[in-house]
Design a protein around this ligand. Structure first.
Ligand code: NI
Length: 279
């Protein structure tokens, strides 16, 4: 089994076929999902999905693209959302100096405020870091992130930055780009990261792995990422799957996945039919 530790199941992209997407994922062996909020409305939708589906868990927070100086009402809302039982993580939070949709200083303020919230809530954090390695590292170190725990989502640094993150006690979460032919730096990270600190994520609907590159991503495609890592590390797919799944369960304190029901078998037959036509 696989755990998709980072997907955006609440997005519009899945509005028409969300049930189907989940069934296909389960068919592919993806049994648990952490769906990630990017602002208050999306965090609420993530929780609603987690309430309706027993293998979906939610993460709440404000993405750097939506960063703002938090009002006291925002803080109260985030604390309320973060204390729901379906919420297993805080994020995604961090810095994006590539897009810079919000001023860097606002991103920094918003990230620091949310690290405080995560600490208050006792939740591990999901970190977004794009072209901001040095500043992200500095903030995480100053905030003693090893006491909170967390994952570097869609890790994009080189092995020397990876080692610094590992030293802070963080997990490295690897997404679809590891399958791209030119991604030698990321492949080196995926190869060298201690197996007990590695996570897999789809980041669906973004970043579909080869051979689905350029298409709308979905959690079922996580298998291609897992296969690539298995081949890089000369391990079996089963070993990569079981090790990364237990890492996800440890970090996010997930219970074992629900057993498939007879109803889901019916669904499976239908989806297999459907999948052959569509994927
Ligand atoms: Ni994301």
């Amino acid at each position: 089994m696989l755990v998709d530790t980072h997907c955006h199941l609440d997005f519009e992209d899945f509005a028409d076929d969300r049930k189907d997407i989940l069934a296909r994922a389960k068919l592919a062996g993806v049994r648990q999902f952490v769906t990630i909020g990017i602002d208050l409305p999306s965090s609420r939708r993530a929780i609603a999905l987690a309430e309706d589906n027993e293998d979906i868990y939610a993460s709440v927070g404000i993405h750097p693209h939506n960063a703002r100086v938090l009002s006291s009402e925002d803080v109260q809302d985030l604390l309320n959302l973060g204390s729901k039982s379906q919420v297993v993580a805080y994020g995604e939070i961090g810095l994006d100096f590539f897009r810079n949709y919000q001023a860097p200083s606002v991103q920094v303020t918003c990230m620091k405020a949310q690290l405080d919230l995560a600490r208050q809530l006792g939740l591990p954090v999901v970190i977004h870091d794009r072209e901001a390695h040095q500043k992200v590292f500095q903030i995480l170190q100053e905030n003693k992130i090893w006491e909170i725990g967390g994952a570097m989502h869609c890790f994009s640094g080189d092995w020397s930055f990876a080692k610094k993150c590992l030293d802070l006690g963080l997990y490295l979460s690897i997404a679809g780009p590891v399958t791209f032919a030119k991604a030698k730096i990321l492949q080196e990270v995926a190869q060298n990261c201690p197996l007990d600190r590695l996570l897999l994520e789809s980041d669906a609907p973004f970043l579909a792995p080869v051979p689905k590159r350029g298409k709308r991503n979905q959690p079922a495609f996580l298998v291609y990422t897992a296969e690539k890592i298995a081949s890089l590390r000369k391990l079996s797919l089963e070993d990569v799957a079981s090790q990364t799944s237990s890492n996800a369960q440890r970090l996010f304190r997930l219970p074992p996945p629900a057993e498939p029901t007879s109803h889901s078998e019916d669904l499976t037959t239908e989806v297999t039919k459907h999948t052959k036509e569509n994927i």
